[in-house]
Design a protein. Sequence first.
Length: 190
Amino acid sequence: MPDTLTGLRVAFLVAPEGIEQVELTEPWNAVEKAGGQPELVSTAPGTVQAFDHLDKADKFKVDKVITEVAPGDYDALVLPGGVANPDYLRTVPDAVRFVGEFFAQQKPVAAICHAPWTLIEADVLRGRRVTSWPSLRTDLRNAGAEWVDEQVVVDAGLVTSRNPDDLPAFCDKLVEEFAEGKHRAQARSA
């Protein structure tokens, strides 16, 4: 799928630490391979600390701070997982607002593993079909979503997956959905 995302800017929203590294790097590489321009957005400048499960992994340079950007600056959004990453993001009003505005603007969003916690806080899951790390099942159902145990789920521009084993399917689907652009039904729950 080279060049399918040419000219598209994709925000990767992460906390200062606790990101599952492979859930950041694999989608990032997929966006770049498809010709898109990924940008790392966080709540503070400098670098963010990724993890390989519970072990510290690499650090990554932040391109933009959440207070310096708006969803209008981007064509799509990726929310990597890791337990601490989305747990922190859902406590940051600017991050929650940023995520919610992607839905209001009908832009595609991809979230893997624990990342749907941030979607719950943004209140964008009512009536949606999603998947995630299994421990989020009850949280997602309580937020009005239909939770299913599938490798990847696409619901009108929202792409979700369960864990790092699902990354090949997740990356393929997020590139496909991002290339399609806006999805009118994306705003239904925002």
